[in-house]
Write a protein that binds this ligand. Structure first.
Ligand code: E4P
Length: 219
């Protein structure tokens, strides 16, 4: 399972890149707004900086809600950089836009996906990634990870090539469960990446090694 970082924050991407384990980025309008990005021009400038830090797929979401505007924005976004993947929501208009963009060979990440039915519609037109939002399903009392498991199972059963990208992951156990479910990618917030590095026994072990070494070195 590949790991992507779910952020539009340049400093977070810079620090994550140093770890080497992150090979892609996902953004969305809320993450962009958190970085004071409020128009496509500044979205583009930030994305171009991110492309220099991580050499892998970078999802950029359209902000329009109507199909023809989504297509226009998607076509424009796709010209920014060869690594850009256009993120389109799983709405009726979104499915129409996905069909047009996929026909043009533009890579699409189907976002805001909450069901196998929505995922099947995107897969049929050839989206590259489908993003089930695990945490948001959990918030509604639905087992989000079960949707990821079933999506992986259905895609394998039918030889569907679309990558299952587990999104809206909130804690390290979500990452473990996504890996066990067979997700192709997990996109994680920076906080979860930091949590993944940590285990208290590693800290205890390091403190003991350091102390023992220093004692042995005493005259
Ligand atoms: C994924 O592509 C989304 O940007 C993200 O994972 C949404 O996460 P949230 O539900 O924590 O906002």
């Amino acid at each position: 399972m590949k790991l992507f970082l779910d952020t539009a924050n340049i400093q977070e991407v810079r620090e994550a890149a140093a770890l080497g384990a992150i090979c892609g980025i996902t953004t969305n309008p809320s993450l962009a707004a958190k970085e004071n990005i409020g128009d496509l021009e500044s979205y583009k400038s930030s994305i171009l900086i991110l492309t220099q830090l991580i050499d892998g797929p970078i999802s950029v979401e359209v902000t329009a809600a109507e199909a023809s505007r989504m297509v226009q924005q998607g076509e424009e976004i796709a010209t920014w950089h060869p690594n850009v993947v256009v993120k389109i929501p799983s709405t009726m208009d979104g499915f129409k836009a996905m069909a047009v963009l996929c026909r043009q060979g533009i890579p699409v990440n189907q976002t805001l996906c909450f069901s196998i039915n929505q995922a099947l519609l995107g897969a049929e037109v050839g989206v590259r990634y489908v993003s089930p939002f695990v945490g948001r399903m959990d918030d509604e009392g639905q087992d989000g990870m079960q949707v990821v498991r079933e999506m992986v199972q259905v895609f394998r059963l039918h030889g569907i090539k679309t990558n299952v990208l587990a999104a809206s992951l909130r804690h390290p156990m979500h990452v473990v469960e996504a890996a066990k479910a067979g997700a192709d990618v997990a996109t994680i917030p920076f906080k979860v990446l930091l949590q993944m590095t940590h285990h208290p026994l590693t800290d205890v072990g390091m403190a003991r090694f350091t102390k023992d070494w220093q004692q042995a070195a005493k005259p």
